[in-house]
Design a protein around this ligand. Structure first.
Ligand code: RB5
Length: 147
């Protein structure tokens, strides 16, 4: 079985945390698709959010991680796609819940708000927590079909 592919991107506010997460996931055997940005130059977070979301929608990646200063812009951008359930989390518990209840397929992190250890704990919880299904499935279905 091939390794799970996780797409990741950041804006200039999240470059350093992104590099640490790439290292973290690569060490664990995940195939990490790093879509930038890589320097300190100012970029627009929607461009990077959309790049990650497209890889999930076209099946290149199973899930994604987006990092910006607050995580807010990335989460707003990613959630414009009906196929994407992006969760802006702040600790391990909120991350576990976004997987168990919301089947989140994109994790959003605020590099200027979270310590590195907390952010990496969120990443670990994101990749290791399963969706519970059951009563949550119908609610997930409604997210893709607003009425
Ligand atoms: C960039 O300065 C900052 O606005 C961005 O990283 C993010 O926090 C937006 O939501």
């Amino acid at each position: 079985m091939s390794a799970k592919t996780i797409a990741i991107a950041a804006d200039h506010g999240g470059v350093e945390l992104k590099a640490l997460i790439v290292e973290q996931l690569s060490k664990q055997g995940y195939k990490v698709l790093d879509l930038g940005t890589d320097g300190a130059s100012s970029v627009d977070y929607p461009d990077f959010a959309y790049a990650v979301c497209k890889t999930i929608i076209d099946g290149t990646a199973e899930s994604g991680i987006l990092v910006c200063g607050s995580g807010i812009g990335m989460s707003i951008a990613a959630n414009r796609y009906p196929e994407i359930r992006a969760a802006l989390v702040h600790d391990r518990l909120s991350t576990e819940l976004c997987r168990q209840h919301n089947n989140a397929n994109v994790l959003c992190l605020g590099a200027r708000l979270l310590g590195v250890a907390t952010a990496q704990d969120c990443v670990e919880a994101f990749v290791s927590t399963e969706f519970e299904g059951g009563r949550h499935q119908g609610r997930i279905d409604k997210l893709s079909a607003p009425h």
